[in-house]
Design a binder for this molecule. Structure first.
Ligand code: KG4
Ligand code: ZN
Length: 359
């Protein structure tokens, strides 16, 4: 089955075609980062307006490399939440119009669930990381809005096992970058500057790392950086040695906590596969450390390649394919499908077996 995916939950408009739930035939992305950068964060009204501008050209770009064009589409999957409601509605309305006019089924999917399941897609050259994850696996979702751990037993079968008590990891990266005078979104700049810095130059806390639980907290690390900056004689200049050292020390603290907690969660459950996904999984130090710990502890580490880590429609089409082909037992959505920040993950109930699952 060839499924068209549509993603418009935040500041990326993306349309993709995935075949058989695994093969990415085409994936087109229009990023709004330059538009929002000057405001230091995503402006919701600007985001939805630009999705309106970008969605049809992005659809056309995606289909330009697809044999048969729209005629090849056998089902449609669209992000229904969580995300900015005005932005989500743009993708949803286009998805509904296309599904109605083509006479193909439509399914709404959860954006976080799509990140979590993105390693099920075929990809190459992901730094020698292990292939498709086996179930059960522990999944760490690290993005601008989420830092969550899930136990995954199959498509649609999840349990939320922990999350952050305050900032998401990506939010901490972006806020620290802002303190250092870097552009939005700052995660990628911290990653670049950290390559030239010393990770042991400044001593920063590792909140919750020693606690025997699945919780995270990042606001303490962020405050420690602020205190450190106030103690300096002058704000560090961009690209200076001290700025690179701060970036490396901050990044090391966040990565220590993320990697420590992920592998703790897997160990505690006797699970031998872990997945890291979401925008922060693009971080070079996080990828390297997770691989090191995976090798030394005999755990297979699955991290999608960079283009699949940040927001994209391939992961939406990939997950939607499983639902549309009935593999995970979820019915087709009616045209009454709506945007919702609480759009459920998977089959309702913990592990799809009834009870309270978390999204
Ligand atoms: O998943 P994503 O594209 O969007 C959502 O938040 O859903 O994640 C964006 C986040 C931002 O906070 C950005 O700073 C962070 O991912 N990010 C990074 C890197 N690349 C993107 N954080 C650290 N290092 C990176 N290389
Ligand atoms: Zn995302």
């Amino acid at each position: 089955m060839k499924v068209l995916g549509i993603e418009s939950s935040c500041d990326e408009t993306s349309v993709a075609l995935v075949e058989g739930g695994r093969r990415v035939v085409a994936n087109a992305v229009a990023s709004q980062i330059p538009i929002h950068a000057r405001y230091g964060g995503v402006v919701p009204e600007l985001a939805s307006r630009n999705h309106v501008v970008d969605i049809i050209p992005t659809l056309e770009e995606c289909l330009s490399s697809v044999e048969g064009g729209l005629g090849a589409v056998e089902g449609i999957a669209v992000t229904a939440g969580p995300g900015l409601v005005g932005s989500l509605l743009v993708g949803l309305e286009v998805a509904k119009a296309l599904a109605w006019s083509l006479g193909v089924p439509l399914v709404g999917v959860n954006h976080i669930e799509a990140h979590l399941m993105s390693p099920l897609l075929d990809y190459e050259g992901a730094e020698g990381l292990s292939g498709t994850p086996s179930f059960p696996f522990v999944g760490l979702i690290v993005s601008g809005g989420h830092t969550h751990l899930y136990e995954v037993r199959g498509v649609g079968r999840y349990a939320l096992i922990g999350g952050t008590r305050d900032d998401a990891a990506g939010e901490a990266f972006d806020k620290v970058a802002k303190m250092l005078g870097m552009p939005y979104p700052g995660g990628v700049y911290i990653d670049q500057m950290a390559l030239r810095g010393r990770a042991d130059a400044f001593v920063l806390p590792r909140p919750m790392l020693r606690k025997d639980n699945d919780e995270f907290s990042f606001s303490g690390i962020k405050t420690a950086v602020l205190t450190l900056l106030r103690g300096l004689e002058a704000p560090p200049a961009l690209e200076s040695e001290v700025l690179c050292d701060i970036c490396a020390s901050f990044q090391e603290a966040v990565v220590d906590v993320l990697v420590g907690k992920l592998f703790r969660a897997a160990r505690a459950r006797g699970i031998k596969d872990v997945v890291i996904s979401g925008g922060v999984s693009a971080n070079s130090r996080l990828r390297a450390r997770a691989l090191e710990v995976g090798i030394s502890s005999g755990v297979a580490v699955h991290i999608p390649p960079l283009w699949l880590c940040t927001d994209n429609a391939a992961m939406i089409a990939g997950l939607g394919s499983h639902y549309l082909s009935g593999m995970a037992g979820r019915g087709f959505e009616a045209f009454g499908l709506n945007a919702s920040s609480g759009f459920p993950m998977g089959v309702l109930g913990e592990f799809g077996e009834g009870g309270g699952a978390g999204a």
